[in-house]
Design a protein around this ligand. Sequence first.
Ligand code: FO1
Length: 313
Amino acid sequence: MVLGDKKLITILAGGSGSVKLVRGLATHRSDINVITNVGDNYWLYGMYICPDIDTITYGLSDLLDQDKGWGIKKDTFGFLRQMEIFGEETWFRIGDRDTATHLTRTNMLKNGKSLSDITKWMSEKFAIEIKILPITDNSVETRIITDKGDLHLQEFWVKHRGMDEVKGIEYQGADKARPNPDAVSAIHDSSLIVIAPGNPLTSIGPMLAIKGIRKELAKKKNKVVAVSPIIGNAAISGPTGKYMEAAGIEVSAVGIAKMYADVCSNLIIDTKDRKQIKQIESLNINVHDTKIKMTNKQAEDALGASILKQFHA
Ligand code: FO1
């Protein structure tokens, strides 16, 4: 839909691959909504940590520690050192400035503000023009079912270093979660909806598990384009392959196409995967191939520009 002469763009984002594409699109356009995953959110020391919201916030305000893909660059760790002295577990490395974000968010939640209101307020504090919209204000928690038991995603990935055998993934609370109405409107009003190259099971999956979101995306299917997080038979980064294998999904662009076939009519794959085009097209998905690995700012901007040109947004 075109609103006046403005075409809105919405991106579904989660994880560090996503922020690169958000930045790549934001270089060219400011009329962007970023819908973020909340399944990774984690309570620690009485603070509510929202990694995907914060990664986008720091990424858009040039504060992100790009080497790690999370946290604030050049942050210090005095708070964590003190927690260690107090005998607390310190496997989740939150920096001092980052802690200010979690503490402020938690206080605002305790004072009755919603996660989406807090995120909006924080975006203003970080002078971010782009709208950051948590997928829901309700609790959705990604749980990894392993041979050692049922773990929060942060416990599986950070505390246990992703070493346990994955038996399944659950999005606790997703069936009852009410989608953020602003996220639903953003999808409805956009002329282009991009599913960022995030982990399809732990970054994008929890968002698609919320009924109202999946339904709205399915309605806009022709306007939805996903960017593959896989090149060849391996994830560009992170544990995507491990989760896909555990879910019995082929680790390839074809596997991604099958996962998104009901909500997306367009898939961007890497040029190296051209041989998969016919198979993806047989799923009624249009395929575009380009360089999808964003190793620096130039590559981010180039992929952003290519998407905007390709989809006339
Ligand atoms: N990832 C790690 O691998 N180790 C950490 O100690 C860690 C701390 C951390 C603190 C704040 C934050 O916002 C993210 C943090 N992450 C850390 C990243 C996080 O575990 C995941 O990469 C995201 O949840 C995936 O989207």
